[in-house]
Design a protein around this ligand. Structure first.
Ligand SMILES: [Zn+2]
Length: 200
């Protein structure tokens, strides 16, 4: 054995000591913890969805919640505010896909999402369950589709980011009746099509 090979081998040996022997079942879910994430839900499961790559946790659900990001809403108890979508925590750059076929709306069409949704929020008008709905994708920084463009299921449409989001990179997924503003948002979970990841 050459001296170099011996040195490499001993280096590898000491490296392997640094790798903790974690049983596979205890291995963390494959996302890095963004220190800005704060989870306002008791649901610790990771979910898959046709709308994004990988399996991720819900950070803030639809409706009343105790997070500090929303003004108090009279519908909610105490000082709680109302969240009009579902926030799914995911690393910056996680691909967002179209989970339903649709058409990208013009930013100037009625109901345009404001700056709280980031610099490039956009809406997909879809036909689902006999209804015409506008799906708002919030906090994306990189968007791969243009107003008027038709998108197919599975098409990569954006990358998740923290644009307009003080609580780290995530997807804000919101569903409204056609042309509605944020106050018309409806419970979006059905169209997010979440599948709970088996936790062994
Ligand atoms: Zn949100």
């Amino acid at each position: 054995m050459t001296r170099l090979a011996a040195a490499l081998l001993s280096m590898l040996g000491s490296l392997s000591l640094l790798v903790p022997a974690v049983p596979a079942t205890l291995a963390p879910v494959a996302y890095a913890d963004d220190p800005r994430w704060e989870f306002y839900t008791s649901d610790h499961h990771a979910y898959r969805s046709p709308w994004f790559r990988g399996a991720h946790r819900i950070m803030i659900g639809f409706g009343c919640n105790a997070s500090p990001w929303y003004d108090h809403d009279p519908r909610c108890p105490g000082t709680q505010g109302f969240h009009h979508g579902i926030d799914v925590a995911m690393d910056c750059g996680t691909p967002i896909h179209a989970g339903l076929a649709g058409r990208v709306l013009s930013p100037s069409a009625p109901g345009a999402p404001g700056p709280a949704y980031g610099v490039h929020p956009f809406r997909l008008r879809v036909r689902a369950d006999g209804r015409t709905l506008d799906i708002v994708i919030g906090h994306a920084r990189k968007v791969f589709v243009k107003p008027g463009q038709r998108v197919r299921v599975g098409q990569r449409i954006a990358l998740a980011s923290d644009s307009g989001a003080p609580d780290g990179c995530h997807l804000h997924f919101e569903v409204r009746p056609k042309g509605g503003g944020y106050t018309t948002a409806i419970r979006p979970r059905r169209w997010l099509q979440l599948t709970r990841q088996a936790s062994d």
